[in-house]
Ligand binder design. Structure first.
Ligand code: PLP
Length: 470
C-alpha cells in the first residue's frame, strides 16, 4: 500500500491545519447567530491535515476512478462508450444550465424547441409517433411505458389483462418494472439459438395478457428474426409490444422498432445518445409510443418538471452533429467491433451461441480453465479480476443468467482497432495463464488498491465512509 492510499483520517495529526481564518477577522463572534438548537453538541471529528495532504488525498482519489475517459470499458448491456466532449460543453452553456423549471413559458422557448426537435429526431430514428421526456432512467421509462400499456387496456374497460410476458434473457429491470407496475410476470423461454421460442410463446397468449417486453437485438446481442410473427401473435391476442431500447446503438439508422411492430418503447439517452453514465446518474429514459397511444403519454407526475434537461440537450446536439448519414455508422461499427472480438477469442473462450451478433455477445467461461486433478480451474470472475491488472475494465460477468460462466462483452462503436486488438491480446494472455496455473488468476488483481473483497458483504453491507470510532 502506498503512503497516500491511507484514509485522510489516518493522515490526521492533532493541531495540523491547512489554513486558519483569524478569529477576529470581522471583529465579531458569529457563533451566537446560530440558534442553539441547530448547533453541534460536540465538535465534528474532522481530519487535521496540511494543504498538501488535502490536495494529494483528492488527487489520488480521483486517479483511482475508472471510466471511459481512462480506459476501455467493455461492459455488456451497458454501452459504456466515449461521448464527445462538445456535448458536455453545450450542456454547460449558461443559457441552458441556468434555466429554472418555474421560469415563465415565454423565456424558455429555446428549451422547448430542444424537446420538440429531439422528439422529431427520435420519432424518425425509432418509428414511434411521439416521446415523453419525463422519465429519468431506463427502468423509469419501462415503468412509465407499462403504465401507458395498462392505461390503454383500462380505457377500453379491459381489466383482465394483468400479465406481462418477459423473455428469460431480458434485462433484470424488465420483470422488476412489471412487478412495480402491479403486473404479473410470465417468463418465456429462449430456444437453443438464444432467441424467443415462438412455440413456447403461443400457449402463454390469451385475454389476460397486457403485452410483451422485448429487446431486439436481445440481451445476448442477437437479432430476433421472428419478431414479425411474434408481433402478429401478441397483437392477435389483444396485447401490446414493449421495446426495451436501452441499447439502440446497433439499430441506429438501420431498423426501427416501430416498423417491427412495437407499440411502446424507451431509449436510454445516457447509453446510446451521448450522456456519460455510471455511478447513478443523471439519466434520461424517454418513452415513445405509436400513434394510437399518443393520448396516453403522461403530461406530468412521472417525474418533477420535465426530466433531465441536460441529458436531453446532449442527445439532441449529438444527433444533429452526426446527421442522418453518420448516425448509421454507430450501429455498423458497434456490430463490427463485437463480431471481431468474438471471432478473435472463440478459440480461447467458450462461445455458446456462435451466430453473428449485433453490438454484444456472451462467452461462457474459458475453454481450458487449467483445472486438473485436485486443482480448481479459473472462473469468469478470475478472468475479470485479472483484466484489471492490464488497465481494462471487466466485461459484465454472470449475466445473463442463461449461462453459468457468462462473460458479456460490448465494445461499442467508439473504440479504435488498436485498442480492440490490445484487449484481444490481453484476453488471450489471460487464457494462457489460466491453462498454465489458475492459482495465479485466483489471486488477481495484483495491481489494484484492493483485490478480493467479500462480494456479498460488499454489496449488501457496504461500508462507504470512514466511521468515527471515538
Ligand atoms: C441499462 C439497461 C436498462 C436500465 O436502464 P437504467 O437507466 O439503468 O435504469 C434496461 N434495459 C436494458 C437492456 C439495459 O441495458
Amino acid at each position: 500500500m502506498k503512503y497516500y492510499d491511507k484514509l485522510i483520517f489516518e493522515l490526521s495529526k492533532e493541531g495540523r491545519t491547512a489554513f486558519t481564518l483569524p478569529a477576529d477577522r470581522w471583529g465579531m463572534d458569529c457563533t451566537g447567530a446560530i440558534p442553539s438548537a441547530l448547533r453541534r453538541e460536540k465538535d465534528a471529528v474532522l481530519p487535521q491535515v496540511s494543504e498538501v495532504d488535502v490536495v494529494r488525498h483528492y488527487t489520488n482519489l480521483s486517479q483511482m476512478n475508472f471510466g471511459v475517459d481512462t480506459g476501455f470499458y467493455p461492459l455488456g448491456s451497458c454501452t459504456m462508450k466515449y461521448n464527445p466532449k462538445i456535448n458536455e460543453e453545450i450542456a454547460s452553456m449558461g443559457a441552458f444550465a441556468g434555466l429554472h423549471p418555474l421560469q415563465p413559458d415565454h423565456t424558455v422557448m429555446g428549451a422547448l424547441e430542444v424537446y420538440d426537435g429531439l422528439d422529431h429526431a427520435l420519432a424518425a430514428i425509432t418509428g414511434m409517433a411521439h416521446f415523453t421526456f419525463l422519465p429519468c432512467a431506463g427502468a423509469h421509462g419501462e415503468l412509465t411505458g407499462l403504465m401507458i400499456m395498462r392505461q390503454y387496456h383500462m380505457a377500453k374497460g379491459d381489466l383482465k389483462r394483468t400479465k406481462v410476458i418477459v423473455p428469460d434473457s431480458a434485462h433484470g429491470t424488465n420483470p422488476a418494472s412489471a412487478a412495480v407496475c402491479g403486473l404479473e410476470v410470465v417468463e418465456v423461454k429462449s430456444n437453443a439459438d438464444g432467441l424467443v421460442d415462438v412455440e413456447a410463446l403461443k400457449p402463454l397468449l390469451g385475454d389476460d395478457i397486457a403485452g410483451i417486453m422485448m429487446t431486439n437485438p436481445n440481451t445476448l446481442g442477437l437479432f430476433e428474426r421472428e419478431i414479425g410473427e411474434i408481433a402478429t401473435l401478441v397483437h392477435g391476442c389483444g396485447g401490446l409490444l414493449y421495446y426495451d431500447g436501452a441499447n439502440m446503438n446497433p439499430l441506429l439508422g438501420m431498423v426501427r422498432p416501430g416498423d417491427m411492430g412495437f407499440d411502446i418503447m424507451h431509449l436510454n439517452l445516457h447509453k446510446t445518445f451521448s450522456t456519460p453514465h455510471g455511478g447513478g446518474g443523471p439519466g434520461s429514459g424517454p418513452v415513445g409510443v405509436a400513434e394510437h397511444l399518443v393520448e396516453f403519454l403522461p403530461k406530468t407526475r412521472v417525474s418533477g418538471f420535465n426530466g433531465n434537461f441536460g441529458v436531453i440537450l446532449r442527445a439532441y446536439a449529438y444527433i444533429l452533429m452526426l446527421g442522418k448519414q453518420n448516425v448509421k455508422l454507430a450501429g455498423k461499427y458497434a456490430t463490427m467491433s463485437a463480431n471481431y472480438i468474438k471471432e478473435s477469442l472463440k478459440d480461447c473462450y467458450k462461445l455458446p451461441i456462435p451466430s453473428v451478433c449485433k453490438h454484444e455477445f456472451v462467452f461462457d467461461g474459458l475453454i481450458n480453465d487449467g483445472s486438473r486433478e485436485g486443482v480448481e480451474g479459473a472462473t469468469t470472475l478470475d478472468v475479470a479480476k485479472r483484466l484489471l491488472d492490464f488497465g481494462f475494465h471487466a466485461p459484465t460477468i454472470y449475466f445473463p443468467l442463461l449461462f453459468h460462466q457468462a462473460l458479456m462483452i460490448e465494445p461499442t462503436e467508439t473504440e479504435s482497432i488498436e485498442t480492440i486488438d490490445a484487449f484481444i491480446d490481453v484476453m488471450k494472455k489471460i487464457a494462457a495463464e489460466a491453462a498454465e496455473d489458475p492459482s495465479f488468476l485466483k489471486s488477481a488483481p495484483h495491481c489494484a488498491p484492493i483485490s478480493r473483497p467479500d462480494e456479498t458483504t460488499a454489496a449488501r453491507q457496504p461500508v462507504l465512509k470512514w466511521q468515527d470510532s471515538l
